[in-house]
Write a protein that binds this ligand. Structure first.
Ligand code: F6P
Length: 322
């Protein structure tokens, strides 16, 4: 198809995720290689509404490939959810002669992108959220880095838990999704994983912990924030097990840090796919990775259902913990 895309906008929106900078860098440099100009909008959709942007050159995205966060900044804009906000954004894009927009973010950001596309703006999403909860892609940027951060933190907790013979309840992020909890739990050899998608019986778990404590120096429970509060789980277990229990909420530390190799490579692949897709006239879809293949998935498909957890992996992790 004829390439009539001459100028594109790019923004990062929602919770920051490591790999966003690597994606911006790759998108800018690949676009320039394809003779497309790129404008970076600051603070997500807020920047579109306030017309706060900068033309990005090869040099302006230098030195960011290994930086966490997003140098374009991000925000969760309420105004963008209104028709007034969307129309203002569209008007600004038109006045700046922007032919298409790349939105790097999670499913909330993609809903904003979809709404904009319904007004005739060409958009493509690049999935980036440490929650990895977007249907249609096996991986989102930031997930692998967050997992690596979590694993290194839990290793440290395991040292002290073992030294003191304690039970530890560790809360990881994941508002509606147990992905981070399942994979970090498996990778750290945790005993139990509590996730929003599966209800568990704390009394049953406490009885099991009590009966299996002999010879065990530590017991680790990983709790996704959407499932329960670590503090509350810890006090219930303490009452039922009568053993020393501590809890730790890992919090936003999980979102920071230099992106892993997996996230950097994926960022570059997603950026190329996004530019090629827009240049060929595509819109209203996101880049994805499925079974190791980079592809495009329509937003309609992305919003058709929630991403399911890997129940087999969850069960397997508990088998290994026995
Ligand atoms: O969506 C990513 C995420 O990190 C969730 O896991 C978490 O619940 C949320 O963002 C926290 O958002 P905020 O940084 O706005 O507190």
């Amino acid at each position: 198809m004829q390439n009539n895309v001459r100028k594109i906008g790019i923004l990062t929106s929602g919770g920051d995720a490591s790999g966003m900078n690597a994606a911006i860098r790759a998108a800018v440099r690949y676009a320039i290689y394809k003779k497309i100009e790129v404008c970076g909008y600051y603070e997500g959709f807020k920047g579109l509404i306030n017309n706060n942007y900068k033309v990005l050159s090869n040099n302006s995205v230098g030195g960011i490939i290994d930086r966490g966060g997003t140098f374009l900044y991000t925000a969760r804009s309420e105004l963008f959810k209104t028709r007034e906000g969307l129309l203002k954004a569209k008007k600004n894009l038109q006045e700046n002669s922007i032919d298409a927009l790349i939105v790097i973010g999670g499913d909330g950001s993609f809903k904003g992108a979809r709404d904009l596309s319904e007004l005739g703006v060409k958009v493509v999403g690049i999935p980036a959220t440490i929650d990895n909860d977007i249907y249609g892609t096996d991986l989102s940027l930031g997930f692998d880095t967050a997992l690596n951060v979590i694993i290194s933190l839990i290793s440290k907790i395991r040292d002290t838990a073992s030294s003191h013979e304690r039970i530890f309840v560790i809360e990881v992020m994941g508002r509606n999704s147990g992905e981070l909890a399942i994979r970090s739990g498996l990778a750290c050899g945790s005993d139990y994983i509590l996730i929003p998608e599966i209800k568990v019986d704390l009394v049953k778990i406490s009885n099991e912990i009590k009966n299996h404590r002999e010879g065990k120096r530590h017991t680790l429970l990983i709790v996704a924030e959407g499932a329960a509060k670590a503090e509350e789980v810890a006090s219930s277990i303490k009452l039922l097990v009568d053993h020393e229990v501590r809890f730790s909420v890992l919090g936003h530390i999980q979102r920071g840090g230099s992106p892993s190799a997996v996230d950097r490579v994926l960022a570059a692949q997603f950026a190329k796919e996004a530019i090629d897709f827009l240049a060929s006239g595509g819109t209203n879809a996101m880049t994805a990775i499925q079974n190791n293949n980079i592809c495009i998935v329509d937003f309609k498909e992305v919003f058709s259902r929630p991403k399911a957890i890997d129940k087999e992996l969850y069960d397997y992790s508990h088998i290994l913990a026995i």
